[in-house]
Ligand binder design. Sequence first.
Ligand code: NAD
Length: 489
Amino acid sequence: MSDLRPADGTKLLIGGKLLEGSGGVFATINPATGAHLGTAADATADDMGAAIAAARAAFDETDWSTDPAFRARCLRQLRDAMTEHVEELREITIAEVGAPRMLTSGPHLEGPVADLGFFADLAETYSWRTDLPIAEPMGLRTRRQLRREAVGVVGAITPWNFPHQINLAKIGPALAAGNAVVLKPAPDTPWCAAALGTLAAEHTDIPPGVLNVVTSSDHQVGALLSEDPRVDLVSFTGSTRTGKAVMAAAANTIKKVFLELGGKSAFVVLDDADIKAACSMAAFSVSVHAGQGCALCTRLLVPRSRYEEALAATAKTLGGIRAGDPDDPRTVCGPLISERQRDRVERYLALAGKEGGEIVVGGGRPADGGDGFFVEPTLIAGVSNAATVAREEIFGPVLVILPYEDDDDAIRIANDSPYGLSGAVWGTDPDRIDRVVSAIRTGTLGVNGGTWYAADAPFGGYKQSGIGREMGVAGFEEYLETKLVAYPA
Ligand code: NAD
């Protein structure tokens, strides 16, 4: 078994072989210290071309797409291999992603690994063929069969914030559905994906070419997946700006695009809620993984009549959370992924002041953060929902508190966003809660702390937060085509 973080750099997985990158290697950095961790294979356009060709051949020339029982077995092998190597994967994840150790037993690692079982089960139990009732179109008695078939070659492009969760939430359903996949992870987190490729190559019967992992320092290598006519579907998670580029590039070959994009979700505290509990939860959740979660609620909407109480409760909780070492099991708020990302967050914090806002808590770097890319959990008050910091995704531990007048005003502000990914509603009157939940235009909502994240729960966005749903049966069906076959009855 290969070392999952070899000193001479991790490898690409192309056509079943673990290979060097034609572009040499590139560095991966520990965001908690700024230190050089090691290197990953740097793929070029030629490597990507080879990976797409391998995937195309595996899809067109093997029976992978027609053997769901075999696919289920391979997915369980992958899950078991990741489980067997979970401690090595945990150390990679903490070191490369800055993922808080406590989250690696949940959504950062062990959760999504276990979730592969859901997609393996689905490959076995899904109704691939169903009969429609006999019909008589144009007087011709007809028996009709609806078949669901794999789309073909899937290009999966993923970001750095929850690499295992997002890589596996694409690979799991795409492979279960019978596709061949080329995974192109973010340049900031190549090791998490390369470990997945190595384990797949060495511990599973996944046929050569069915799963390819192409790490690269060059975003344009990933862009080839959107353009290439041999790719049938691009499954992309990342920023809305890049999602638009993917969609535009895919238009030329009319490929299916599945997009999971950004968010600026609202946490709505109704005036009959336990304000202290609600605001503390909002403050805590925006600090988790340094706010690097697309579905985190980064706008806190509170009733103006209880604004001071809400502000105090939010400030108290946020002020009590330290940004610190992700290796420490007590840490919830680790570093940002890179210096570039910290610069971006700090630009927004400076902008808050220029837009008339006040930084109530945080706003700086922790004194003991060393060379790590830390930002203190921060609360911004005194801006309206029109301010840039209330409209754009900051992707840091930053919460903007906004007062509203009544329930209708809260709904208006929550929906006054280009995004529609997630949200939260807190209150006591079920009818009022239900009215607000119905009116907010987002793909997921948690009520009074309810958790929507699970393998069987579809996740995705309205508006500019994306197209399609990841996970659940809906997430699996994104990777299927529909064929209708008619026979004389
Ligand atoms: P990003 O858009 O910069 O990059 C995402 C991926 O796209 C990377 O692999 C990158 O190499 C690749 N890429 C860059 N340019 C490309 C191009 N022109 N064509 C094809 N691929 C290209 O995003 P990021 O900074 O890595 O991640 C943060 C963003 O991801 C945030 O906006 C966040 O909200 C979003 N995100 C969304 C979800 C979701 O499910 N909705 C989940 C996690 C993260």
